[in-house]
Ligand binder design. Sequence first.
Ligand SMILES: CC1=C(CCC(=O)O)c2cc3nc(cc4[nH]c(cc5[nH]c(cc1n2)c(C)c5CCC(=O)O)c(CCC(=O)O)c4C)C(CCC(=O)O)=C3C
Ligand SMILES: [Fe+2]
Length: 362
Amino acid sequence: MTLTGPRGSYDALLLVSFGGPEGPDDVVPFLENVTRGRGIPRERLVEVGAHYTAFGGVSPINQQNRDLLAALRADLAGAGVDLPVYWGNRNWDPYLADALREMRDDGITSAICLMTSAYSSYSGCRQYRENLADAVAEVEADGQGPAPRLDKLRHFFDHPGFVDPMVDSVVACVERLAADGVASPRLVFTTHSIPTASADTSGPEGGAYVAQHREVAALVAAAAARRVEVQEGWDLVYQSRSGAPQIPWLEPDISDHLAALRSDGVPGVVIVPIGFVSDHMEVVWDLDTVALEDARALGLPALRSATVGTDPRFVAMVRELVLERVGAAEPRSLSPLGPMHDVCPGTCCPNPRGERPALCQM
Ligand SMILES: CC1=C(CCC(=O)O)c2cc3nc(cc4[nH]c(cc5[nH]c(cc1n2)c(C)c5CCC(=O)O)c(CCC(=O)O)c4C)C(CCC(=O)O)=C3C
Ligand SMILES: [Fe+2]
């Protein structure tokens, strides 16, 4: 029931994710939860609301987390690691506070958190940790005893369990393009754009968000190039830009970049969504609906490679990270930036709106 090692001891794993609407009536309240106090223009919210509405008001993310939860439970059981797994979201039901109440009522005193975000940034790290602090405060205000103590697993961008499944999918896409007569495509790696100010302050020394993505892109490109023929060189591009137009966000945007590649005479592209762990809205809308349609309109052959989802290697990675966290396994990481820390320096990935309480930091 309690997993103990030289570095720590936990009696549960908590899957911490973003959350998404599960029906048409959820869309507006969900968007209000996500964007409260963030200065997102109304037109952008109407636009994003329409993406959800096009999918019946249902985000794919919750079912993907249910699938991941089931896969994690099966993997842990199969490996003889007796650790219950809970699930809570930042922005939609089941909320983090509800997960913490359930854990408290089950007698859990200490849990290790997996955030479904592979890279360092305010949005992908500190914001989750602030939401954990808020949830703990909310639950402790019940007056029914302490919430579980929470630690986090490190960002896993350069773990083989995250990288290797993406390589296989890129190879499969290159082979499919070749079968259609498109040889040596260009690899276009894509991730969520964030404000350049957040990118500049991400990680302990700043610049971690882009640096980590560049490492992953280089790793995937090199591994793929050992197995299939791809164009030399690759690109890192950005998608799903939000915020006010006068605030700079990371560029180039994927759609602009596809047009530029077409003009350069690139024979085809594989779009590799390294910024996302499963096929959530940014993937099924911004890539599969918009970017692939843009490519078609340009006459540029394009395929989108898979996210890791519930690939058994990714699921096993989570178990490995938990064992690593208690000191019972050696950390594995493929880039010189890793293995990433799991207790954040108090100053990294700062909140652009000022300091707030956050967990899992020094
Ligand atoms: C870096 C990053 C990740 C990856 C790390 C991680 O996974 O956490 C991520 C994930 C996600 N973002 C998601 C959805 C949204 N993100 C928004 C807004 C924003 N995202 C930002 C960044 C990121 N976001 C930022 C800087 C904003 C601006 C507002 C703010 O500063 O907070 C908005 C508001 C509307 C809009 O403006 O787009 C929505 C609806 C969903 C759910 C998808 C689904 O339903 O399948 C997921 C997984
Ligand atoms: Fe987002």
